[in-house]
Design a protein around this ligand. Structure first.
Ligand SMILES: C[S@@+](CC[C@H](N)C(=O)[O-])C[C@H]1O[C@@H](n2cnc3c(N)ncnc32)[C@H](O)[C@@H]1O
Length: 349
């Protein structure tokens, strides 16, 4: 079933490509002396393809079908039957119930998002959540995230900022144009909104584990006039148990998130599972190297920090390359700016 869904998704993505140029050259960013470019293999792209902005109502039947076949039960990875409006949209999802064709579990939603976590619907059972994930479930942190918190990453980490990061990643995302993109660990949706506004994707999924971040993401989407509410959905899910069919998604973006995941390898392995062959993974995080490499016992120290905080500190970009390749991804590239790193890799064809 998943293979059929992937084939339909790929076919529909391909059928949506046209030849109008979209992406600006990245040379201005990459040539900047602030960026140390350690790419081993940035893919050469022979044709620049793009799609015009399409509203959901312009989507053809195949495209609607392809989108509906992407969601899968996080328990058994089988298809979810959707009782709602056939066109995915911010407004349609909250009124929907999804039923797993195999384990029969029903997944519901609140006003803002679909809950596709394993524990969705549980009444008594609750689980320990590591501090790095729990922190972002706080409504205060969710409120502050785009009101100063994210901006601080530029000061201490060298993060270029959402608009520049979006420009930087466009080149990597070219093979996914016209297809589906998941903004994994989207927080308040700063990149999900940019993906949706670009009109370049048949489906944008804003995904996070934090309910309050998704609520904030929903509020921001509703406040902006120029975001199409169609082909955009908000999903609560755990990165280590993604509710998507295997080999089905064209691109996954994870901004400033890898270090927050309880297990980066479990997250990247799941991303690798759901990407279609040739699908792209783009992520940003930070690396503590350079002068910090000389701190004695840094490696065991990060083990202890990790155990307390639930977050992961990367000590070199080689670690990130290793992480991607052990999870089945190839053609790793990376761009550095101080502690900031943007990586890309893809699933082999
Ligand atoms: C620092 S924020 C990154 C937000 C945004 N992508 C950006 O570029 O600024 C990290 C996000 O990871 C999310 N997160 C933490 N644990 C997660 C998990 N297990 N599954 C999915 N998301 C998780 C948090 O809720 C938080 O919104």
């Amino acid at each position: 079933m998943a293979t059929i869904a992937a084939a339909a998704a790929n076919l529909s993505a391909a059928s949506r490509l046209n030849t109008r140029g979209f992406f600006k050259p990245l040379s201005s960013i990459f040539n900047s002396s602030r960026f140390r470019h350690s790419s081993t293999n940035i893919r050469a792209l022979s044709a620049i393809a793009t799609v015009g902005t399409k509203s959901g109502t312009d989507l053809n039947e195949n495209e609607i079908k392809a989108n509906s076949q992407l969601l899968a039960c996080p328990i058994c990875h089988d298809m979810l039957i959707w009782n709602g409006d056939p066109v995915f949209s911010v407004d349609a999802t909250p009124k929907s119930i999804l039923n797993c064709t195999t384990c029969k579990k029903a997944y519901t939603s609140n006003e803002t998002h679909l809950d596709l976590t394993l524990t969705s619907g549980s009444k008594k059972y609750s689980e320990y959540v590591p501090a790095s994930s729990e922190l972002f479930r706080s409504p205060v942190v969710s409120f502050l995230y785009e009101r100063g918190w994210r901006q601080a990453f530029s000061i201490w980490g060298g993060f270029p900022g959402p608009e520049k990061e979006f420009e930087m990643m466009k080149d990597y995302l070219k093979p996914a144009i016209g297809g589906s993109i998941i903004d994994a660990s989207c927080a308040s949706g700063l990149f999900s909104r940019l993906f949706a506004k670009s009109g370049q994707f048949s489906l944008v999924v804003a995904l996070d584990f934090s309910e309050s971040m998704l609520k904030q993401c929903y509020d921001f989407i509703k406040q902006e006039d120029n975001i199409s509410q169609e082909n955009l959905i908000l999903v609560r899910a755990d990165i280590a148990r993604l509710p998507f069919a295997s080999n089905s998604i064209d691109a996954v973006h994870a901004g400033a998130a890898l270090h927050c995941w309880p297990s980066p390898s479990a997250g990247v392995a799941e991303i690798s599972r759901i990407l279609r062959p040739g699908g792209v993974f783009v992520a940003t995080t930070y690396v503590v190297d350079g002068p910090y490499s000389f701190i004695p016992f840094l490696s065991p120290l990060r083990q202890n920090i990790g155990q307390i905080s639930g977050s992961h500190i990367f000590l070199s970009d080689r670690e990130l390359k290793d992480l991607c390749s052990t999870c089945g991804l190839v053609d790793y590239t990376c761009v550095r700016n101080r502690r900031f790193v943007m990586i890309s890799a893809r699933k082999p064809n």
